[in-house]
Design a protein around this ligand. Structure first.
Ligand SMILES: [Zn+2]
Length: 111
């Protein structure tokens, strides 16, 4: 494409328009759009470093961005072992176990 565009540009024969319909969509929107169009995401991956069988690593930037897109769409990536949430939810201190780490702490040796 780049060679064709360069040749056409140098020769001045035609105007080219490059369409990039996904460029304004979020990853979640791209995933939803694909699902609406019938894409089977189990047949795809975006991994930079898949193993010899083509299984994605699940930890490279591309795998993480894809998983984040699925999570934002409320789905799990079908080719990764489990859902990857974009950001861990901090523990709610009000739900913490009142015995462990509570104001009195664990029982000491003299009690
Ligand atoms: Zn990967």
């Amino acid at each position: 494409m780049a060679n064709l565009a360069t040749k056409a540009g140098v020769e001045g024969r035609q105007n080219l328009t490059i369409h990039a319909p996904l460029i304004t969509l979020t990853k979640a929107e791209i995933i939803r759009r694909g699902l609406a169009l019938g894409v089977d995401y189990a047949l795809t991956h975006s991994c930079y470093d898949p193993d010899g069988a083509g299984t994605p690593c699940g930890s490279c930037d591309s795998c993480l961005l894809r998983a984040k897109g699925f999570a934002e769409a409320g789905l799990a990536d079908p080719v990764l072992p489990g859902p990857v949430l974009p950001d861990p939810v901090p523990a709610d201190p009000l739900l913490a176990d009142p015995v462990v780490g509570g104001p009195t702490g664990p029982a000491g040796p003299g009690s």
